[in-house]
Unconditional design. Structure first.
Length: 88
């Protein structure tokens, strides 16, 4: 996934509704915090490519996250295999 610089644009919901295309383009570069009556209401996240979209889905998939957590616990318990020990 293309690394996202942790910059955030803020826009009122009415502005986003009036020019969604503009904010989708902007969201490909940085998150857009959408406010309603001056309070945070949501985040708009855009993707530069299909790969970015795939990576985002994978990084937020509950089963994938559970498997990563299980693997980390196994490593901490000494049940891992070093990369160097894998067959060629």
């Amino acid at each position: 996934m293309t690394p996202r610089v942790h910059q955030r644009e803020t826009a009122a919901l009415a502005e986003v509704k009036d020019d969604l295309s503009k904010y989708l383009r902007l969201a490909a570069e940085r998150e857009v915090l959408i406010t309603r009556h001056g309070r945070p209401a949501g985040i708009l996240i855009g993707f530069k490519s299909e790969d970015d979209w795939f990576d985002y889905r994978l990084e937020h998939h509950p089963e994938f996250l559970r498997r990563i957590a299980d693997a980390r616990l196994a490593l901490q318990a000494g049940r891992g295999v070093r990369l160097e020990d894998l067959p060629d």
